[in-house]
Design a protein around this ligand. Structure first.
Ligand code: FMN
Length: 216
């Protein structure tokens, strides 16, 4: 191991946070202390970003009525998603896909407006702004897991409807409704796997050598 590496215990903690992070939809209410929430958001804010554009904006939803309206938008999209799924519609409707009403905190993560000004790393791949925001969300997810808090990423909503509800400027785009807070227990595996919706594939199937589809 390099001299720059962490101690064995520290490394174990990093890998443990990664392995035991789960997308959570069941929450135990409670609250997240302001200092802890700040720490988590600082972790998110330390994420890498293309050209250091830091495209993330977080909106903390403290208004209970607004939270209800967000939940309503998600519910509408859940029904539309079920319709689009065709034969798996009933199976989908049985899944729990969000914990907006039960979690301690709701955060909306959005891409900022004016992103077209940032060309570095985005001339051919404009979606690198989205990738950067995703890095911030993953930081938050892992930090929350290490603090014993669950987080769920909800993306079932019509972005323009949520943008209008929260007063986002033209060009900004919400990408995640994040449910955060205490949980009774973390799922031992992805909930979609436990529910039989999908099964994760092993790394060996997704790892190629030199050319697409060529296994090691
Ligand atoms: C970009 C993104 C969007 C997601 N949107 C939703 C969602 O709307 N509802 C939901 O229940 N889970 C959502 N998830 C969670 C995934 O279903 C989950 O990450 C996956 O099943 C693997 O489970 P795990 O995160 O516990 O490992 C989302 C995850 C990502 C990365």
């Amino acid at each position: 191991m390099s001299e720059q590496g962490f101690s064995a215990q520290e490394r174990e903690a990093v890998y443990r946070a990664i392995a035991q992070r789960r997308d959570m939809r069941h929450f135990a209410g409670g609250r997240v202390e302001p200092e802890l929430l700040r720490r988590l958001l600082e972790a998110a804010h330390q994420a890498p970003s293309v050209g250091l554009m830091q495209p993330w904006r977080f909106i903390r939803i403290s208004d209970r009525q607004l939270r209800g309206q967000i939940q309503q938008l998600v519910e509408e999209e859940r029904v539309r998603t079920a319709q689009a799924l065709g034969e798996r519609s009933d199976e989908f409707m049985k899944l729990k896909v969000e914990g907006i009403n039960d979690c301690a905190e709701v955060l909306v993560a959005a891409l900022m407006d004016g992103r077209e000004r940032y060309v570095f790393g985005r001339r051919t791949l404009p979606e690198m702004d989205l990738a950067s925001l995703s890095c911030a969300i993953q930081n938050l997810w892992l930090a929350a897991r290490s603090e014993g808090l669950g987080m769920g990423w909800v993306s079932l909503f019509e972005p323009q409807a949520l943008a209008d509800l929260l007063g986002l400027p033209a060009g900004a785009k919400p990408l995640a409704v994040l449910c955060l807070g205490p949980v009774t227990e973390f799922y031992p595996a992805p909930m979609l796997a436990l529910e039989g919706w999908a099964q994760p594939r092993p790394l060996s199937e997704l790892l190629y050598e030199n050319y697409w589809g060529v296994s090691q």
